[in-house]
Design a protein around this ligand. Structure first.
Ligand code: ATP
Ligand code: MG
Length: 245
């Protein structure tokens, strides 16, 4: 596995209104890996993921992207680090309108030609969707693919996923995660995926970090973490307990 760090989190903490959300996190993300961030509901996964593209900043500690302070060049950061949320960010208007929103960080994309947009749809398996279709008429799974196509138009190096399949049925979830993993291999992307579903993530992630109440309580391969029984400690084996945390 490649070991070049693309992100370095050093002693990262986040407090909101004097409440500690994340506590002294230290870890790296390596180029080309599929890193999964696992934890029960409320553990701080989404709060952590938002820091990877500076949608929020640590109240203590530092984050480096490609060796530089993450906020040094926001334009480069936003272009290189794409994010997909649980509810796909799809807006009213056509499929084309939605794809062109990618252009806000890159003037060149404003001149993107239709055939490039169609190629991006094919890349995510939306072969039968026309650019003029209304985006809101697409199914949930198709909207998630459209959001992914828009992100890919920026040619990102990193893809952040915040439970992007938790609103989809298991078969669709697998097909989107398979797609993401194939894109990772073909485009040499680095993937950071937040989830509470350790069963799904086992099929894709090279490495895992585990959060519990804002602390990093485990890091490594699934095999090593299984041995340490850290999934149980994080409330990930009992879904009812996880939902109530
Ligand atoms: N803006 C905010 N103000 C106050 N508290 C917040 C804010 N954002 C998050 N929190 C709290 O921080 C903790 C972590 O939230 P976060 O959304 O990161 O958890 P999560 O692991 O993503 O959970 P889930 O699996 O339910 O999405 C929670 O207790 C949440 O209530
Ligand atoms: Mg969340």
């Amino acid at each position: 596995m490649p070991s070049d760090p693309i992100f370095q989190f050093s002693n990262v903490s986040l407090k909101i209104d004097a409440v500690s959300i994340l506590k002294g996190l230290n870890f790296e993300v390596h180029k080309g890996e599929f890193l999964s961030v696992l934890g029960a509901s409320g553990a701080g996964k989404s709060s952590l993921l938002r820091m990877f593209n500076a949608l929020s900043s640590p109240t203590e500690g530092s984050i480096k992207f490609r060796g530089m302070n993450i906020e040094d060049d926001m334009e480069v950061l936003r272009k290189n680090v794409g994010i997909l949320f649980q509810n796909p960010a799809v807006f009213s208007g056509s499929v084309k309108d939605n794809l062109l929103l990618a252009g806000r960080w890159d003037q060149n994309i404003a001149q993107t030609l239709d055939h490039e947009l169609i190629r991006s749809l094919k890349q995510v398996g939306l072969n039968k969707i026309e650019l003029q279709n209304k985006a809101r008429d697409l199914s949930g799974g198709e909207q998630q693919r459209l959001a992914l196509a828009r992100t890919l138009l920026n040619h990102p190096q990193v893809l952040l996923l915040d439970e992007p399949t938790s609103n989809l049925d298991p078969k669709l979830s697998s097909s989107i995660m398979d797609l993401v993993n194939n894109l990772r291999e073909n485009l040499s992307l680095t993937v950071v995926a937040v989830s509470h579903d350790h069963v799904l993530m086992r099929r894709y992630a090279n490495r895992v970090i585990i959060l519990s109440h804002g602390e990093l309580i485990g890091e490594g391969s699934f095999e090593s973490l299984d041995r340490d029984q850290v999934f149980e400690q994080a409330g990930l084996l009992d879904t009812e307990a996880a939902d109530e945390t």
